[in-house]
Design a protein around this ligand. Sequence first.
Ligand SMILES: Nc1ncnc2c1ncn2[C@@H]1O[C@H](COP(=O)(O)OP(=O)(O)OP(=O)(O)O)[C@@H](O)[C@H]1O
Ligand SMILES: [Mg+2]
Length: 159
Amino acid sequence: MKISFTTVSSEQTERFGEALSKYLEAGTVIALDGDLGAGKTCLARGIARGIGAEDPVASPTFTIVNEYSGGRLMLFHFDTYRLSGEDDFYASGLDEYFTRNGVCVIEWGRVIEGALPENTMKMKISGNGDERRFDVTGSGSVGAENVIRAATEAGCTIL
Ligand SMILES: Nc1ncnc2c1ncn2[C@@H]1O[C@H](COP(=O)(O)OP(=O)(O)OP(=O)(O)O)[C@@H](O)[C@H]1O
Ligand SMILES: [Mg+2]
């Protein structure tokens, strides 16, 4: 499956994240890819807002993961840019987060591609200026219809 849509501002990308958050459940893993400045953190911020947890609590490995509590679900926000790969991820014990009953949002998911659970939702962000294209391959536990629903709610253009 593949779903593609565009946003025209960082606010709209956040709104999409916020809308998407309604369809997330404990155990959902979302892998985000796209160049530096693509909008991965922007999307994660929207998800955090939607879940109702805005202030991250530093985790023991805070340079890679930030933990957000206090919302509807726990949110674990990863940035794996600085990891050298899956071995590094496992060696740091980070796969433990997959079993912690929260939502995992992973920036630079491709760095740990082989460690991602089978039903990971994968999203690639591209584009420049203020427009971003989102290509969703694999909707995981969220379901394709809910991804489209969230994009529509946020006023995104479905391609
Ligand atoms: N439609 C859009 N969606 C998201 N961000 C946008 C959009 N248009 C412009 N931007 C800008 O692009 C930048 C996205 O930054 P962000 O930190 O989210 O990127 P990132 O993918 O997390 O980068 P990094 O790989 O460095 O972590 C922000 O400066 C934001 O204002
Ligand atoms: Mg980022």
